[in-house]
Design a protein around this ligand. Structure first.
Ligand SMILES: [Zn+2]
Length: 347
């Protein structure tokens, strides 16, 4: 943690802004070991390996999710004989895999059926969304559910002032990025449902496949909007969603729920409506191109030469056809299967 971050923090126990930091060990960039003490309620929060632990009496459901994620096995081989949970040793051993996130290094873990397949297949949408932010490098960005920290790494590369927040120990992976890529961002163990930040601290709150793990959609929107500066925005992509006619008890969510994770799915209009109810000034929902997704997915699955991919590439080449296809599928996506989309909520 950099001492400067203290200006943004509040005590997760009593919300006081009167916090003191004690440094026990420092390196060239940050406090590696130490603690933060609240002057009002006297609670002490540890800083270990540069990560500030501001998890305080988290709800049972969040505790279950944290445990489920920390125990999650990432299989390295397709026969599932070799795998790892995220520990400091595993981070060192599998650093090549972790450094290549999100697109991956082509190893089986990123391929069809692999534990990091989703990250690889969502990579191009992530980079597109980052590009669309047109960052100047002066922005204060909070990434909630930052997981391994590769999203925060991309914002830090652009010069932004970044805080990665997560409930898991995966944030330790960030040290790999710092060493290899000479960048820095702050890491906080914290609950996105009740953020340990002062009001109006960030220009952007970014969430990649995260907000559907919330306790309550309106509450989380309110909390994210609270920490935004006026004119700032929440950008969320890859969220679970349902078409109007889809079953809320979709089987796709069962494995995650059984492992103890919060896997909520909201309908698109609920994502929009709740943001407005939480006080967003403007809400924009946009769909990523189905054609891009399809081509990307098939190429990654080694089916670049199939007839359907050739037809998709033909549509892609002709802008008019692509736009027509986009609007033809628009109603279908609202009613039956939204696919990949993005929401931006302005304060
Ligand atoms: Zn306190």
């Amino acid at each position: 943690m950099k001492e400067n971050l203290l200006k943004k923090l509040i005590c997760p126990a009593c919300a006081s802004e009167e916090l003191n930091v004690e440094c026990k060990q420092k390196n060239d960039t940050e406090i590696r070991e130490g603690s933060i003490c609240c002057q009002k309620c006297r609670e002490v929060f540890p800083i270990n390996a540069g990560i500030t632990n501001l998890l305080y009496r988290i709800p049972q459901d969040v505790e279950c999710e944290k445990k489920a994620m920390n125990e999650k096995v990432y299989y390295v081989t397709s026969d599932k004989k070799e795998g790892f949970t995220v520990t400091e040793d595993a981070i060192q051993k599998y650093q090549q895999i972790l450094l290549s996130l999100p697109e991956g290094d082509g190893s089986p873990i990123f391929c069809c059926g692999g534990s990091l397949q989703n990250q690889a297949e969502n990579a191009s949408r992530f980079y597109k969304s980052v590009d669309e932010l047109n960052l100047t490098g002066n922005e204060d960005i909070l990434e909630v559910g930052a997981s391994f920290g590769w999203g925060s790494r991309e914002f830090a590369k652009k010069g932004c002032n970044v805080v990665a927040l997560d409930i898991t120990d995966f944030l330790c992976t960030s040290d790999l990025y710092f060493k290899q890529q000479s960048i820095y961002f702050d890491r906080i163990l914290g609950d996105m449902n009740k953020l340990p930040f002062k009001t109006a601290s960030f220009d952007i709150v970014f969430a990649n496949t995260v907000l559907h793990h919330c306790m309550d959609l309106e509450t989380i929107y309110r909390e994210l909007l609270r920490v935004l500066k006026k004119g700032g925005k929440i950008v969320a992509l890859g969220e679970c969603s349902l078409g109007v006619f889809e079953d809320r008890n979709n089987k796709a969510f069962l494995p995650g729920k059984e492992e103890g994770r919060q896997e909520k799915a909201f309908r698109l209009y609920e994502w929009l409506h709740m943001a407005k109810r939480a006080g967003a000034q403007k809400v924009c929902l946009s769909f990523f191109s189905n054609i891009d997704d399809y081509i990307d997915k098939k190429i990654k699955r080694g089916k670049a030469n199939s007839k359907k991919v050739i037809i998709a590439q033909f549509i892609k080449k002709h802008h008019f056809l692509e736009i027509l296809f986009h609007y033809l599928t628009y109603t279908y996506r609202w009613l039956f299967r939204p696919g990949n989309w993005k929401i931006e909520c302005y304060k």
